[in-house]
Design a binder for this molecule. Structure first.
Ligand code: SAM
Ligand code: SF4
Length: 431
């Protein structure tokens, strides 16, 4: 979502005659868009600002703005501790960025814009053309969270759940498609909690799939609790909806899920997975796990390992629990770092093994790839298959924006390598 926000900030500030530069020394304004989800976020801000300070040691300083969730959570402290920062702007008030910059251009008055003005933000963004022309583009449809998992800062930094109107979303999707986009990834902290006057995510997916030149749709991140029957149904019906679902579980132990306030059991989570598989047998899953959450015993940890093996996630993101200031879990007794590190290492080894078995199993099979751009080396093109695996092929033809059948012939941990099938009549796609 920060990538989407950064692009939208660039669209906004163009109106103030600012354009992006690749050379930091040329900048009149320096904007650092930040994430607060895990530790060290604030340290990184001071570090980056220190870098800018060094670059501008002998020159007039640029306007320095910190945007995003660190600004929201720690804006006042940042302003107090680092005088080089001119303003902090939270994720729900960045539509005010031009006003902030204009004020700073004329007077030296440091600014804190951290109100939750989500409706005003999207109304304002709606007036600014989305100029992103990536083949695969993000589109935020929902923001904020009312779930209050005990470890998480999002409800405090992004504010309460808010859904944009379908009209705004479809109009922005059409802009993106006109710019050349072929795949849209719908975004939300709880994307499947989307609800605008009883229009749900399922309704939105059907409407978006009617946009003619839009070839693929994905959405992230879902909460298991919000997986309603209508949404499960779309996975069997909507051909443009890709069969890879990121469905974070956090832990394989119902006891830990309860203490995290996740509001579902492991059994209920598996029920959602099974229903989705029944609707679309080719669907695969990725997930997030928190390792060594306070109170996690060896037995609870084993249950996370068991779940990982049972679902066979083709990708998973695992992190040691990070105590976030202001969240309820920050006051719980932490598990010793040594133990946490050991569990993370065991967990990631198992996750890697599952991933590499899956990838090796794809060798010689056929996958459909949407090509996004030229890879760094000459005559190589990068794209993603339906399960969001990165694929690289050799080609003399510019494949950007095309969907081609590719036969996979090798892989490494992150990428599949293959050849475009010329007559495009594969015998069997990888399920
Ligand atoms: N809303 C999504 C959900 O409920 O699954 C997750 C959104 S959160 C922004 C992304 C991921 O960051 C979470 O799934 C979780 O695994 C991880 N995360 C959040 N807070 C964390 C913390 N305090 N320590 C470690 N990982 C954390
Ligand atoms: Fe954070 Fe997701 Fe829980 Fe909301 S549902 S509090 S975003 S982890």
């Amino acid at each position: 979502m920060n990538a989407y926000d950064s692009d939208r900030i660039l669209d906004l500030i163009k109106k103030n005659n600012y354009v992006p530069t690749n050379d930091i020394k040329e900048a009149d304004c320096y904007i650092l868009n930040t994430c607060h989800i895990r530790e060290k976020a604030t340290d990184k801000v001071y570090h980056e600002v220190g870098r800018v300070k060094k670059e501008f040691r002998d020159k007039k300083k640029p306007i320095v703005l910190i945007t995003g969730c660190v600004a929201q959570a720690e804006g006042e402290v940042l302003l107090q501790k680092e005088k080089y920062i001119d303003g902090v702007i939270g994720p729900q008030s960045y539509h005010e960025i031009n006003k902030v910059i204009s004020n700073l251009e004329i007077k030296d008055e440091r600014i804190n814009e951290t109100e939750f003005e989500t409706i005003a933000k999207f109304d304002q963004l709606d007036l600014v053309h989305n100029t992103n022309d990536d083949i695969s583009s993000f589109l935020t449809i929902q923001e904020g969270c009312d779930k209050f998992c005990k470890f998480c800062v999002v409800p405090y930094t992004r504010g309460p759940e808010y859904s944009r109107s379908p009209l705004q979303i479809i109009s922005e999707a059409k802009q993106l498609v006109e710019n050349g986009c072929k795949e849209i990834i719908l975004l939300g902290q709880n994307v499947n909690a989307y609800n605008f006057k009883n229009k749900k995510l399922s309704d939105l997916l059907y409407s978006l799939s009617e946009i003619k030149d839009l070839q693929r749709i994905r959405y992230t991140t879902s909460h298991p609790k919000d997986f309603t029957e209508d949404l499960i149904e779309v996975h069997g019906k909507c051909k443009k909806l890709m069969p890879l679902l990121h469905l974070p579980v956090q832990s394989g132990s119902t006891k830990i899920l309860k203490s995290m306030n996740r509001n579902h059991t492991v059994e209920e989570y598996l029920e959602v997975i099974n229903k989705l598989k029944a609707k679309n047998p080719s669907i695969k899953f990725s997930s997030d796990f928190i390792i060594a959450y306070p109170g996690e015993t060896e037995n609870d940890f084993d249950k996370s390992l068991k779940l990982m093996k049972q679902v066979e996630y083709i990708n998973s993101y695992s992190f040691i629990f990070s105590a976030r200031p202001g969240t309820p879990a920050a006051n719980l007794g932490k598990i010793q770092l040594e133990i946490a590190k050991e569990r993370l290492s065991i967990f990631q080894k198992v996750a890697d093994k599952i991933k590499s078995n899956y990838r090796n199993g794809l060798i010689n099979s056929y996958v459909k790839v949407l090509f996004e751009n030229k890879a760094r080396s000459e005559n190589k093109y990068f794209g993603r298959d339906e399960h969001f695996n990165s694929v690289i092929v050799n080609s003399n033809e510019d494949l950007s924006g095309m969907i081609k059948t590719v036969q996979i012939n090798s892989c490494n941990h992150n990428t599949l390598f293959g050849e475009v099938v010329l007559n495009d009549k594969p015998k069997e796609y990888a399920a």
